[in-house]
Design a protein around this ligand. Sequence first.
Ligand code: DAH
Length: 340
Amino acid sequence: MIEKIHHLMQEIANLEAKSAQEAEILRIKYLSKKGEISQLMNDFRSVPAELKKEVGMKINELKTLAHEKINALKENADTASSTDEASLDLTRTPYPTPLGSRHPLTIVKNEIVDIFSRLGFTLAEGPEVEDDWHVYSSLNFADDHPARDMQDTFFVETHPDIILRSHTSSVQSRVMETTQPPIRILCPGRVYRNEAVSARAHCFFHQVEGLYIDKNVSFTDLKQVLLLFAQELFGPDTKIRLRPSYFPFTEPSAEMDVSCTICGGKGCSMCKGSGWLEILGCGMVDPAVLEANGIDSNVYTGYAFGMGIERITNLKYQVKDLRMFSENDVRFLDEFVSAR
Ligand code: DAH
């Protein structure tokens, strides 16, 4: 009897089936009520009592093997036949390939770059790991200026002069030290600040910096370029207003507001009733900055501006939580598939 069981085991292990039907025929042959294994069960009755345990275990082993083998044959036959059919139907419409989307910050950055390149600005880049000179000293920050504070700047532990840039204004100085005017550049890039991550603040974000230096550049030029920019970005009815402000690297300095992109200036919850939204800082490049970077301030003047890309993206798309920009949740990113 044991020999017969072993023989069947061998036989079943070597079974093959080309189709699900063939596998079903094998199931009937071995596993149905009148199949070979049921037959063995009948014979089991006449096995002497002292061998029953051993033979019983063998029969169970055989049964499990037969079930597993025949199920596997069926499954293989199923998938084989379905792929066969698919590859044969050459007229079948192909499955659509899911397309990715541009990141919202990239969409808005491209839009900003586009507008300023039409005004003659070219792109410039600088390193994210910078030195104190390019981020602060060359831009007229006093040694004890609060922006240098540990609260704000990420320092490299072993080398306090090396920092992560906290604004893209550092690229201004990188370009000025190697180029004589006319200079007309736009510098998009990532910046870092030592802030606790929340819906309203992040330890890294993105800015675009602009710089124009030439003979006879005036505040009027700055105002006109910024008005044009705002109307291209937010629509032709957009108004701007400049409020006096302070930055170490510009004199005079201003902050620019645009008329609220939601209510158009009437006052709503977005603009907290004021009708205005702040979008950038700007001003005339301080002569001390020109001199520190090797440009003759008696011959040249210039203007500069800087804005946060997240801020502008929030205004355009009402993203409520800054963290969404860096979490890479496809449900968020998919919302921008149709944006340009
Ligand atoms: N660097 C400033 C910041 O990070 C932004 C800025 C303000 C840039 C005025 C400028 C400017 O070029 O003129 O807050």
